[in-house]
Design a protein around this ligand. Structure first.
Ligand code: ZN
Length: 332
């Protein structure tokens, strides 16, 4: 048995798992918010099997997706040919995520690592280096011009929330397919077929959203959320957006009293009928702002992560349909 002990974390994890024979790395049900592609769940694998990468993966290529939405896309395109590990699972906040020893082990073993980029996964460079990974990193937003946001002090940051625009989702799905074809040319036809079918679904989704939004008068297209996650959605579908925290990252947890007063004033001035909670964030602050502004707080939107299995946001397409339905119903 050849064990790759690339760093202390991996070594520690392998030690831990060695004393728990029969424990599988990615397939066992987890309580830490991780998810594994359901199509991979039938196959058990142990650390011992990893001595032979081909045997342990049944010929599947080990791939990583940094967060759940990306994981959904990679699973759709990779299908039975990939063994997928998603680092930040449903409901998880990738902006503030803290990688685990299991993540380090998975990244060390991966052949391809898919990431959003645009500053979304600030913890990833360190994880990649620490795990001594040789995985090919694929930034799925490469080639997409990220929008910039400027705060009142003149600081600018790139907005990473590209997935809320289905047209950009199509570009990212095509990048995923190209990367898988390059990494595993033997299954190129399947990857291309999966990508073509999924792109049709995304085009359908885009048309459906446009139809739904048309029913909402322009003066009502005002989205207030906890953090600035809907910028690309707003640009594509003609919304005004603002957020309680006023940042594209959820990292700054405590906006000042002045910031909160300013957002409440905006909500009143713009006659925003409702504000939205987000599945990745504690709704407390948003509830407070809604109360003080005298507006409704409405059903939670899936913003930076999918919903749990069985929820109405368990896939990207479902999440988008659910969000748009809630937005249109709440703002009408
Ligand atoms: Zn975000």
């Amino acid at each position: 048995m050849i064990l790759k002990t690339n760093n202390a974390l991996t070594a520690m994890f392998l030690l831990l798992i060695t004393v728990l024979p029969g424990c599988s790395r990615t397939e066992s049900p987890r309580d830490d918010g991780k998810s594994t592609d359901p199509s991979n769940q039938t196959e058990e694998s142990t650390v011992a099997d990893h001595a032979d990468a081909d045997r342990s993966t049944g010929g599947r290529i080990p791939v990583i997706a940094t967060y759940s939405i990306l994981g959904d896309w990679v699973g759709r395109i990779g299908g039975e040919h990939v063994r997928l590990t998603t680092l930040v699972g449903p409901g998880g906040d990738a902006h503030t995520y803290e990688p685990t020893p299991q993540d380090s082990a998975a990244v060390a073993d991966a052949k391809v690592l898919f990431e959003n980029g645009l500053g979304f996964e600030g913890w990833l460079d360190r994880l990649y280096r620490a795990s001594d990974s040789r995985a090919t990193r694929v930034t799925v937003t490469e080639g997409i011009q990220g929008r910039m946001l400027y705060d009142s002090h003149g600081h600018s940051e790139t907005d990473p929330h590209v997935w809320h625009d289905p047209q950009f989702a199509i570009e990212m799905v095509q990048s995923i397919a190209a990367a898988l074809i390059k990494a595993d040319p033997a299954h190129a036809d399947d990857y291309q077929k999966n990508a073509d079918a999924y792109v049709s679904e995304l085009q359908e989704l885009n048309t459906w959203i446009q139809g739904q939004i048309t029913s909402l008068p322009e003066s009502r297209r005002k989205l207030v959320t906890t953090h600035d996650t809907f910028g690309y959605f707003a640009e594509r579908f003609g919304f005004q957006v603002s957020s309680v925290m006023g940042t594209v990252s959820s990292e700054v947890a405590d906006p000042s009293a002045a910031q909160i007063a300013a957002i409440i004033e905006t909500i009143r001035r713009e006659e925003v009928p409702a504000i939205f909670a987000e599945n990745i964030l504690n709704p407390q602050l948003t509830e407070q702002v809604a109360r003080e502004a005298g507006v409704r707080i409405v059903p939670t939107l899936f913003t930076d992560a999918l919903g749990e299995k069985g929820s109405d946001g368990e896939s990207y397409v479902q999440m988008m349909r659910s969000n748009v339905t809630k937005i249109v119903e709440s703002l009408k």
